[in-house]
Structure formats: C-alpha cells, structure tokens
Design a protein around this ligand. Structure first.
Ligand code: ADP
Ligand code: MG
Length: 926
C-alpha cells in the first residue's frame, strides 16, 4: 500500500532491487551510482560515505548514499573484498533522448568468485568460484576461474573430501543447492575458515534436462563429448557454476571453453593447517611470500607460470610416473643450461595470455591489450625452436602443445599501430595500408590539415594581420583568432564566434565548409577504426582453444624451467621415488632457512623413516636446538619430491605419501581468537582420525599448551595410538624427555636428539641430530642465554632441584604400554559424538583441519585429575573424546549460574580462556 505513493523512479528501483535481494544495488542516476535503504546503510558504513536521504513521495525519506560513476571500480572492489555482492544498474538509453523515465537494467553482478582481470586481481593466483551439489549419493564439486577460463570438476563421497577440495582450490565464493546446507557440512565454519561467501541457488537450476542443455550449448558438444554423461553429480554442479557465471557476467564467457574431470585421489592432500604450518605459500605471522617454499621455488617469468607453480604446491602428485616425467624434464633442462636461460628470457616478454584472452572474449580488451598479445605471440617460434632440441617426453609434449599462431600475429601486426591509445573509440589504432577506405579518410584528414595551413597563409596576406591563427577547440570547432590590437583590420565577411579577454574568434564560409569535411572524415574514420579493431579482436576470440592450450604449455614450461634453475643454483639432487614407504635423506637441508642464513651456516642432517622399525622418531632437545626446523625440513623435502622438484640434500629416496599432516608450535594462534590449546587439540584430533599408514605426520610439541601433567599424558597417549592404530610415519618433537621411555617398548619408535655441548657456563647448539634422547630440558640454560637476570636463574635452579621430576620418570617407567586400543573403542566414541548437537560434522566425518567436538571440558576435567598428583595413566581414548560433556548453559540465567559456579582461583589462564570461548560460542557472541 505504501508503494502507491512512491515516485515512479523509486518504484522502478524497488522492482529491480527485488530481483537482486542479496546484492548491493548500484543505481545509475546521472553521473552517480546511488544506493538506497539498507544498501545505503551498509555501503555508507563499509565505504565511509555520508548517508543522506531522498524524498521518494512517502512520509519517510529513503536513506541514500552515492558515488561518482567514474570512481565506481575501486568502491566495487572494496565492497566485494568485504564479502558483498554488487549489482550494477546502468542507464540503457541516452537520458537526452529518453521519453519519460530513462530505461535502466542490471548489466553486471560483481561477486568475489566471479571477478575478472579488470578488478585488480592478484595475477599470481587463481580466483575460483566453487559450485557444490549435494544429494544422497554424494557431492559434485566444480571449480571455475572466470578470469582465466579454467574449469574443473570432481565428485566427493564425504564432507571431509569436500573440505580437502576447498583447501586445494581456496575459492573466493561457493554456490550450492539448498540440500548442501543440511549435508552435515558446517557452513559457518567453512565461511570463516576459508574467508568466502556462500550463495544458495534455487532448485530450478539443478533440473537435469536444463543442466545438460546449458552445458551442451555452452561447450558446443554433446554431454557424452563433454565427458559428463555418466557423472550426474559433476554435471549438476558444473551446470550450476555456469548458470551463476552467466547470471553475474551477462556477457560472453566463451573463454571458458573446456571442463576437465579429475579424480580427487590424483593428488596428495595437504590440509589448510598444514599449508599454513609449513609456510608453503605465505608465512604464518606476516602473510608474506618471502620466507616461504614458494618464494624459494618461484623463478617463473610469466603470470600463468606463477599461478601454475602455486598449484603444483597446493596439489602435489602421488603418481610415480607423473613425478618421474617432471624430473626427467628438469634434469634435461639442467643439462642444457644455455638453452634454458635463453627460453627463460623469451618467456620474460610473454604477457598473461590467459587473462588477456578473458578480456578479448569479454570484448573489454583495448588496443594496447592486442599489442601485448601480439608481443607474447612473437616469441613463440623462438621458444619452440629451442624446445626442438629436447628429448624427454614431457618436453616433447610441450613442444607439440605450443601453437605458434603466427597468422594471428600477422593479423594484429598488419592492422594495429605499434603504440596505440588505450581507448578504442578515438582513432589512432589502425595502420596505414591496412584498409583502403580507412586510408582515404586518413588522407582527407591529412589534406584537411594542409588546406587549413593554406587558408591561414592566405588570410594573413589578405587582411595584413600577421598574428592571425587558425585554431581548434572541442566545443566551438575551427576558428580564426585575431588579437585585439588588430581588431580594426578584420574584414566584413568574418563572422564572430567567440570573445576572449585578449582576442576575438571568427569563422568564414570557407572555413565552415572545410571544418565539415574534416570533422566528417574524422568521425567516419574513428568509427571505421573501431570496427576494424573489433574485427581483429573477435578473430582472436574465435581461437580461444588454441590460445588456451598454448598458454597451458607455456605455463608448464615456465614452471619446469623455474624448478630447474632453482635445482642448479641451490645445488639440489634428484630424489629417487619409491612406493615402499621408505624416506631416506642424506645431508638434508631446510630449503628456506638455508637461504635466510649466511652461506654454509646451515648444518645438514640425515633422515631415515620406513614402515617397519623406523616408523616413529621421538626428537628431544632444548628449546632453540633446531627440532622444528629439522621436522619441517623433512616434510618440505617430501613435498618438493612429490611435485617433481629436486631437493636440498646430497641423496634422497622418497616414498610417495597420501597426505602430510603437521601440527607445529603452540603459541601462534592467539590472534585468531581461539585458545591455542583448543586449536592444538582440534588439529591432533583431525590427524588421528584421518592419517593412514601412507601419511607423514609432523607433530611438534604436542601438549605444550596445557599443564605438564596433562601435556605429557596426552603426548604419551598420542604416540601410543599412532604406533598401534594409525601406523603412519611420524616425527614427534617434544620437550617432555620422559617420552624417550617409549623407545624399545613400542614397535618402530626410536629416540633422537639434537646435540648440544657446554662451553664455559653456556650451552652451544650443534644443530646435529643424533640417535638417543636428551637427558634434561635445558630450559634454565636457555633462559640464561636469553639474558634472564642471574639471581632468577640461580633461584630457578634451586627450585628445579627440589621439584626434580625423578618421581614422574619413575612412575612413567612403571606404565603399561599395552593400553590395547581397539577399533571398536573409536567407533563407539564416534557414534556417541554423532548424537551431540554441538558437532560440527556428522559421525565419522571429522573434518579436515579441525576437531569434531568443541570441548573445553577436556582441559578442565584433566586439570582436576592432576590436582591430586596422579601420574598420567595410559589413556585409552584419543584426545577429543566425547562422553563427559557438561550441562552447558542455555539461557542468560543459566549463564549467570554457570559463571557463579566457576572457581576462578583454581583455574589456569588457559582454562579461563577456554571457558570464555565456550560461553561466547554457546551464546553465539563470536
Ligand atoms: P626448536 O624447535 O628446537 O626450538 P628451531 O627449529 O625453532 O628450534 O630452531 C631455532 C633456530 O635455530 C632457527 O631459527 C634457526 O635459525 C636455527 N637452526 C635450526 N636448525 C638449524 C640448522 N640445521 N643449521 C643452522 N641453523 C639452524
Ligand atoms: Mg620448536
């Protein structure tokens, strides 16, 4: 009823807004994009704009804010960066010519997952939209990068596998069917962990017939030809992705020319926590590239190569033949040093083909983009000539795969001038001699200039005004300018046009005539040049598939050259690859730390792990000894070997692992707002549930986040569980030297420590790993090294002597190391957990990178049991077990009661944090 009183424009605005309820609507009015109502409130706070009001015919003014249209890009980028979607409604007709209300329509929806090259994307990484379809038979997962045209699809059986795909692609946005929201996946967690937005699409999008039709029409092929005829889940998710891309782009997306099905078991799985812990792509604290593995390995010269190398690291191979093929190529490149350097230089001039192609298909490419494209094509024959020398199968494949496309080069070269302007509308684009009609217009333009010069000369002579000039002005056109001092000499046939302060401007009949001819020719020329330019651009667009195939192989070549260069300059060796579970490294180095230290300062270390007697290494040693560095080094070497890279060692024999898990350090997560101990236990739970005999586990200081007794007990139980149930290869660093007791009592467990010696009063770190366990913690020595005042150190030594942990050790020695983990105990625990409403995931489906239960009680309960001083008992359930969940508060009154019941004096700071965390979570305040 209120709408009756609305002004016509606002009524239309609301009509448009109805179609884009989840977007912020930018509504073009004159030179501004305006936002109204809720959109205005949101945008004004996110963008720091002044909120005003607009009279729209109702009693209340509509909240409103606006931005100038020419600055729209940066505002859109900011809104999208903050997780909003923006719909842009343009004026579809010229306001001057419109009768009544100007026609407006949404021409583009900008969302985080569908950004294109123009929106300031990071060129070294992909920007994926992930589409997930769920039904009783499983998940279809498709990922598309609108900026490059890559489109991949797979199927998953469990939520856990979906999370692995999320870790792998790191999408900016998810679209899904409504059923996915009740599939057991915790979408709030996903949003937060992966920093993305999720949009549910209506069920209509997932109708099988329509989906098939959409895919067939887009790819100009039958569904069999596309390869998705028998893959129902993939087909529906892929069609939904495409549907969403169409809806948002409202433009040609012909560069999405292909979709590839892959089996998710094709790659090693590295969950997000491990990616972070190993600092593969960005450092933990500063989120920088410097100091990461990518930083060491990335010597690529093209944006496509940089993106591919990053994907290599996110998706290591597990197929021995594929790994060996890359190794062969890298070895051959190392042997052809000169050719390698030459190709590398050629690659330098190759622009971002893939994203240029996106612009070309979108018709947003400008004349300069075409020149960049041409220059990229120019080097292809030279690159291929070099490639012709190589013999290894992968190098031959690259040689075959690169299409020189010289006819496209010729076409651009003949049509477009070497240094064209950015604008495609104002001429100056087309070369002389390319098109006869264009040449004629150019000639008349030139002639016109000549005629004008002649006219100027003639008029000077006729009037005797020596300073008379013919000038051009965008608004008034051509004119004759006479300064005021010669005013008297102006002849009668001059017609006055404009008065300036020191001069008068005139025209004549002859000048009018010339002007019409010149400007007419110019206008026609610009229009023709624009058409010719579009022609060239569209010819390239017709060759999408060839360009994409070539850009794939150029990227691959770039990556292999990069890995080869790094292998040479860092003195890496080619590792052997086995499938027998053996990891042997001689003189291994940490690829990143060795770069950050001065030459030769890094101390090398050996490693031996296998599936039998050397399965678990317990590594003890004081703080700062080098334990963490050593363990990461092993993980990084295994990972490098799996992407086909050479490795920092003198010799290596590396087993293919299905996953690498790490839990490193305990002090770094405070900033994330979660209790460190909780995070630590989340990750331990995830590892214990998901690791297999083929996994490599790196566990660093498990249990450090809680009291000594708890920590030691948990660490002990975890090692037992891995030794008996999980049976994965494991490096376990600990400052609990009591754990060295496990050697000889558990199969496959061995002690190592990092050698230190005493020099005068101080300890000296030798950084060398040797068999055997550390006999003490050296904590006080480290404190002393760090400069803690003498009296404190002396006093600490006294206390330590009193509190000697001989008692613990004695008790530990009595422990029965046969707790008898049974498979049923885990099953039982999981079904119990499944009934718990606080679960993030369903039974048996503990997600990747987190635990199934949020349970601070694990800390509180454990703290209670150690208060009486009992030594750790052989724990029979793994960390994170459910069962004793306390009654948690459900209302404010309950919360107050709960708070009253807490005895703060008997809590550790961590207990307190955990309790707070739980409270916030319960009341959804976080
Ligand atoms: P821990 O985990 O035992 O406390 P870290 O692994 O963090 O010790 O190592 C502490 C520091 O020692 C590192 O920052 C590094 O600079 C140095 N370091 C570690 N390993 C080596 C090595 N093999 N050679 C040279 N320096 C090393
Ligand atoms: Mg450490």
């Amino acid at each position: 009823m209120a709408e009756k009183k609305l002004s016509p424009m606002m009524a239309e605005y609301l009509e448009t807004k109805k179609q884009y309820p989840d977007c912020i609507l930018f509504y073009r009015i004159g030179d501004f994009y305006e936002m109204f109502y809720e959109d205005a409130k949101t945008a004004s706070s996110v963008l720091d704009l002044v909120l005003t009001g607009k009279d729209c015919g109702q009693a209340e003014r509509a909240p409103m804010c606006g931005i100038p249209f020419h600055a729209a890009d940066s505002y859109v980028t900011r809104l999208v960066g903050a997780g909003y979607k923006v719909a842009i409604a343009e004026q579809l007709e010229d306001p001057k010519l419109a009768k009544g209300l100007v026609k407006r329509g949404v021409i583009r929806v900008v969302t985080p997952g569908t950004l294109t090259a123009e929106q300031g994307l990071d060129e070294t990484k992909n920007n994926f939209l992930m589409s997930i379809f769920y039904d009783a038979s499983g998940f279809g997962v498709s990922s598309v990068d609108v900026s490059t045209g890559e489109f991949l699809t797979t199927t998953c059986g469990t939520v856990k596998e979906v999370l692995d795909e999320l870790s792998r692609f790191q999408p900016a946005e998810i679209v899904c069917n409504q059923a996915f929201m009740i599939s057991g996946a915790d979408t709030d967690f996903i949003k937060e962990r992966f920093n993305l937005i999720i949009t549910e699409l209506e069920d209509g999008v997932y109708k099988d017939e329509a989906a098939t039709k959409l895919l067939e029409e887009h790819f100009h092929a039958s569904i069999q030809g596309i390869g998705l005829a028998d893959r129902d889940l993939s087909r529906l998710s892929a069609a939904a992705a495409l549907h969403y891309v169409y809806e948002t782009q409202k433009n040609s997306v012909a560069h999405i020319s292909n979709i590839r099905y892959y089996a998710s078991s094709q790659y090693m799985i590295i969950d997000t926590a491990t990616q972070r812990n190993l600092e593969l792509i960005e450092t933990m604290r500063e989120k920088k590239k410097r100091g990461t593995l990518l930083w060491v390995l990335d010597k690529t010269r093209t944006a496509m190569g940089a993106r591919m190398l990053r994907r290599f690291l996110e998706q290591p191979l597990i197929d021995r033949a594929q790994i060996l093929a890359r190794q062969d190529a890298i070895e051959e490149l190392c042997g052809h040093y000169i050719d390698r350097e030459e190709m590398s230089e050629y690659l330098n001039t190759v622009y971002d083909f893939e994203r240029l192609l996106g612009k070309i298909c979108y018709k947003t490419a400008n004349p300069r983009d075409l020149i960049a494209f041409k220059q990229s094509l120019r080097m292809l024959p030279d690159i291929r000539q070099e490639l012709g020398l190589f013999q290894s199968p992968l190098m031959k494949e690259i040689y075959e795969g690169i299409d020189e496309m010289q006819e496209l080069y010729q076409r651009i070269d003949q049509a477009i001038v070497e240094d064209p302007p950015v604008s495609s509308r104002d001429g100056g684009i087309i070369r002389e001699g390319y098109h006869a009609e264009a040449d004629r217009y150019m000639q008349s333009k030139l002639n016109g200039k000549q005629w004008l010069a002649e006219l100027e000369q003639r008029e000077r002579e006729r009037t005797g005004i020596k300073t008379l000039k013919v000038k051009f002005n965008r608004i008034f056109g051509y004119c004759i300018e006479v300064t005021n001092s010669f005013k008297d000499l102006v002849p009668a046939d001059y017609i006055r046009k404009q008065t300036l302060t020191g001069a008068e401007r005139y025209t004549t009949e002859e000048l009018e005539k010339l002007q019409n001819e010149i400007l007419g020719a110019e206008e026609k020329l610009h229009q023709l040049e624009y058409e010719l330019f579009c022609d060239v651009r569209d010819t390239i667009a017709e060759n999408v598939q060839r360009v994409q195939k070539t850009s794939h192989y150029v990227a691959l070549l770039d990556c292999l050259i990069s890995l080869s260069k790094v292998a040479t300059s860092n003195n890496y060796c080619r590792p052997e690859i086995n499938e027998a579970g053996r990891i042997e490294i001689r003189d291994g180095r940490h690829p990143v730390i060795e770069k950050l230290l001065q030459d030769g300062m890094f101390v090398t270390n050996d490693t031996r792990l296998d599936d039998a007697a050397d399965r678990i290494a317990i590594i003890t040693g004081p703080n700062m000894a080098g334990k963490s560095t050593y363990m990461r080094q092993v993980a990084l070497i295994v990972l490098m070997a799996s992407i086909g890279s050479f490795v920092p060692a003198s010799h290596a024999d590396i087993s293919i692992c299905d996953r690498i898990f790490t839990r490193v350090g305990a002090s770094d997560d405070l900033a994330s707002g979660q209790s460190t101990f909780m995070v630590e236990m989340n990750e331990v739970a995830n590892i214990l549930r998901n690791a297999t005999t083929k996994s490599l586990l790196i566990l660093d200081e498990i249990g450090r986040g809680t009291s000594t007794f708890d920590g030691l007990s948990i660490a002990w139980a975890v090692v037992e569980y891995i030794a008996k149930v999980v049976r994965a290869k494991t490096l376990f660093a600990t400052h609990y030297h009591e754990l060295t007791e496990l050697e000889g009592r558990l199969d496959g467990v061995n002690n190592y420590c990092i050698a230190v010696t005493n020099h005068d009063q101080d300890i000296v770190f030798l950084r060398k790993i040797i068999p055997g366990g550390a006999d003490q913690s050296y904590g006080i020595d480290v404190a002393s090294l760090a400069g803690v005042p003498r009296p404190v150190i002396e006093r600490a030594k006294e206390i330590a002597a009193e509190l000697s942990d001989a008692d613990i050790l004695a008790k530990a020695r009595e422990l029965d190391c046969e707790p008898g983990f049974r498979q049923e105990s885990l099953a039982l625990e999981e079904s119990g957990a499944g009934a718990d409403s606080d679960l993030l995931f369903g039974a048996g489906d503990a997600p990747n990178g987190m635990v199934a239960e949020r349970m601070p009680e694990a800390t509180r309960g454990a703290a209670g049991s150690t208060a009486d001083g009992t030594a750790p008992a052989g724990a029979t359930t793994p960390a994170g077990a459910a069962g004793t969940e306390p009654a948690l508060p459900a209302s404010i009154r309950d919360a107050l009661d709960y708070l009253r019941s807490i005895d703060i004096n008997h809590m550790t700071p961590l207990d307190a944090m955990n309790t707070l965390y739980e409270l916030k979570d319960r009341f959804q305040l976080s």
